[in-house]
Design a protein around this ligand. Sequence first.
Ligand code: ZN
Ligand code: ZN
Length: 193
Amino acid sequence: MEWSGPPLLSLSPLLRGELEVRESGLLEVEAFGGAGAGAAEPPLAQPAAFQVVASRVGEDQFWLAGWVEGSLRDACARCLREVLVEVRGELGLMLEFRPGVDLPFLDEEREGADWLVLGNPKLGLAPLLSEVLLLNRPLTVLHDPSCKGLCPVCGTDLNERDCGHGARVLGPDHPSLLRTQLADLLGETDSRA
Ligand SMILES: [Zn+2]
Ligand SMILES: [Zn+2]
């Protein structure tokens, strides 16, 4: 995770006594990546827009809120063709500035909100924004609600072509054939004897 790369939020004005700092811009495609980067994460299709505000809530403690929206290059769950998924999510977490902390870390001990502890007043936002996008992606992605998927027998994309397997094996139009095949499987072809 890249905590020092762009886009950056500078907390310096807050540390000098100001009440609020804002940042907005784009999360670039190359900067995108969650905690489990690489694994099965869909990449960002184009730079994602974001806006954040950090406001003072205590001595060296700030509330960071904002949103990010972008489109992910996901895959249809049934036929695997590429689908661009629009995702928008909100973020909200506490920041605590603690000089001497090298790498920002989430303080798991504290209850309530998530706490990010950092020692560098320039906070790289890419890990936070990426995580929000990944958390808000739909559980199931379909390129079309009526996607017919891939044939489990030969792998043909059934949206493009009917290979015939579905109709012959499971089709409701061929009940007699289905019965014959089932009987074959069960070794009961001669049940009338
Ligand atoms: Zn599909
Ligand atoms: Zn087939």
